[in-house]
Design a binder for this molecule. Structure first.
Ligand code: PLP
Ligand code: COI
Length: 333
């Protein structure tokens, strides 16, 4: 193993092991570590045809005191259980998920970027239905894999704001699967994402699919903004993923006196915002420089704004054990 910690990106890199739990008729096994990435399943497996596939994303950090900690894995366990319930997949105990996280991180300690590099170990659980079937029914067999990937500091040489484009497409239907992390949502966002990139916008912003009047979220991250009065605002909607990062930043915003609020945000309000960002596990937050909406352009500055910077620094400070973890967000490994 020979990793250049200074050159890590957010991309697949094999590690020592992944852990797999399998389920038949609602009975889960004890889980086992595997040293291969390959799996064998029927070409008639449900996940391939009918899309019973869900995933999660969280991170383990090598903290300032040398210990390894995972950021809020209980939140991911509960969100994955909600995802499973929505598309009729088998339930599992949160403790099984957390046990899997601990075991796979412990087995891959050498892949956790050292403290000070800004890197972390991205933990990716994925669960899919494997029963061979032709009728459209839920699977009776499932595999839950938890794999890990070392990832680098997202921002090298400073945080550079990116441009975003409001998409003409919808990502999820109003009462569909927008609130869960199922694989199909990401397939649906690929084409709108490509169109945004062709317009030199790394991220696509989706509006509420019902009225197309309110802001929903970006393809792989939540929307948050700081108003000109200094308030943290983030959308309330029936079709967005409840982000663990957003929930955490919301709490930090409260500590920082930013009077955070979750409410519908009309697209016209983009003109009233002082700072805008996309937030998620991979990046914590990415400041948005401009948003293109039809023939309108909203601008938020060429560098990260002061409130976003404070939020980012607090969040990463807690994750790396530089600031006190007053809410018990970190799970020791
Ligand atoms: N929204 C979508 C659609 C996502 O894919 C993600 C990424 O995980 C997020 C928001 C951010 O969620 P979290 O902060 O839990 O990573
Ligand atoms: C995130 O973890 O922030 C993500 O954007 C997940 C994405 C890679 C699907």
């Amino acid at each position: 193993m020979d990793i250049d910690w200074s050159n890590l990106k957010f991309e697949f890199l094999p590690t020592k092991s992944n852990i797999r739990f399998t389920c038949h008729n609602n009975r889960w096994d004890e889980g086992k570590l595997y040293n291969t990435y390959d799996i064998t399943m029927s070409v008639a497996a449900n996940c391939l045809h009918y899309g019973q596939a869900i995933f999660e994303g969280m991170k383990a950090f090598r903290c300032k005191d040398g210990k390894v900690r995972v950021f809020r894995p209980q939140e991911n366990a509960e969100r994955m259980r909600r995802s499973a319930a929505r598309i009729m997949m088998a339930d599992f105990p949160a403790e099984m998920f957390l046990d899997g996280v601990r075991r796979v991180v412990r087995d891959n300690l050498e892949y956790i970027p050292p403290y000070g590099t800004g890197g972390s170990l991205y933990i990716r659980p994925v669960m899919f239905g494997t029963t061979a079937q032709i009728g459209v029914n839920s699977s009776v067999d499932y595999t839950l894999v938890i794999m890990v990937v070392p990832v680098g500091a997202y921002y090298k040489g400073g945080i550079t704001p990116v441009d975003a484009m409001v998409s003409d497409f919808d990502r999820a239907a109003p009462r569909g699967t927008g609130t869960i992390k199922c694989a199909g949502n990401y397939a649906a966002s690929l084409y709108p994402g490509k169109l945004a990139k062709e317009a030199h916008c790394p991220v696509a912003l989706f509006l509420d699919p019902k009225e197309r009047e309110y802001i929903d979220e970006f393809g792989t991250s939540n929307f948050l903004a700081v108003t000109k009065a200094g308030q943290y605002v983030t959308p309330e909607s029936e079709s967005i993923l409840p982000s663990v990062t957003n929930k955490s930043l919301f709490a930090i915003a409260g500590d920082l006196g930013m009077n955070p609020v979750q409410r519908p945000i009309h697209v016209g309000e983009l003109a009233d915002m002082a700072e805008v960002a996309a937030c998620g596990t991979a990046v914590v937050l990415t400041p948005v420089r401009r948003i293109y909406y039809g023939d309108k352009v909203f601008s938020y500055g060429e560098t990260i704004g002061p409130k976003l910077k404070a939020l980012y620094d607090h969040m990463t400070g807690i994750q790396y054990g530089e600031l006190p973890d007053t809410r018990n967000w970190l799970m020791d490994i």
